[in-house]
Write a protein that binds this ligand. Structure first.
Ligand code: CTP
Ligand code: CA
Length: 220
């Protein structure tokens, strides 16, 4: 037995993970999006797979290679991610939503490339569905884990999201901390459960953070 082999404590568990940004088309050439690179969700997928889980990864556009043995479903917009997540929700007992879903999309997607005009351009934005909130409404015995990316009042905002979205756990990211957040290979987070127990995880690789998150999920 290899002492370095990860523990096999997720065998036969179906785990659904979302990762990356979503992009919202303005016209065939332009889009709105955010700074997510998908590194956290891909690291989580790799960690869960290495512990024996059956992993489905629903991913927005990223430059990353899928971890071996993980089923990847590629999506672009929030609405597409919503549809794919709802299709896969039932057969998964652990759902981890690390994706940075666009909160808004342009009301109208122009069929042809918009031409520039004199003066400013106004684009009307409408709300996207909150995927995690919808999952929380129907969660039953499933474990639902969200992320919160914040620049201020991190604990307070993250606690509010746990309650509002009926989550079992939230992984709160302080975007102002060095070596943390979008694009970084490391992260520093708080894990906050539904009883508001808080675990602070200091800066470490996103893969190591992923294992801490999975340990906590198995402890819930
Ligand atoms: N989320 C989601 N669907 C959305 C927006 C967010 O499923 N349309 C999920 C994210 O995947 C994340 C969690 O909700 O797990 C929190 O996302 P975040 O952007 O931090 O919170 P919001 O509820 O969107 O609030 P705000 O952006 O105003 O802070
Ligand atoms: Ca948001």
């Amino acid at each position: 037995i290899n002492a370095m082999a990860p523990k096999q404590d997720l065998i036969n568990k179906n785990v659904l993970i979302t990762a990356g940004p979503t992009i919202e088309a303005i016209d065939p050439v332009r889009f709105l999006s955010n700074r997510s690179t998908g590194k956290m969700g891909y690291a989580l997928s790799e960690a869960a797979k290495s512990r024996g889980a059956n992993v489905t990864l629903i991913s927005g556009p990223t430059a990353l290679k899928a971890p071996a043995g993980v089923e990847v479903i590629s999506v672009t917009s929030a609405e597409e991610m919503y549809n794919r997540v709802m299709e896969h929700f039932k057969q998964n007992e652990i759902i981890i939503k690390s994706a940075a879903v666009s909160d808004y999309r342009p009301e109208i997607k122009a069929i042809n490339k918009l031409k520039k005009q004199e003066g400013p351009l106004q684009i009307n934005l409408v709300r996207n569905p909150d995927i995690l909130y919808e999952l929380g409404l129907n969660k039953g015995s499933k474990k639902i884990i969200g992320f919160a990316a914040e620049t201020d009042n991190i604990i307070e905002y993250a606690k509010a999201k746990v309650a509002k979205k009926n989550l079992d756990l939230i992984v709160a990211n302080d975007l102002t901390e060095e070596g943390s957040g979008f694009g970084s290979d490391t992260n520093a987070v708080y894990l906050i459960d539904s009883s508001y127990n808080i675990i602070k995880i200091d800066k470490m690789s996103k893969l190591d953070i992923s294992h801490r998150i999975l340990d906590k999920i198995l402890d819930l």
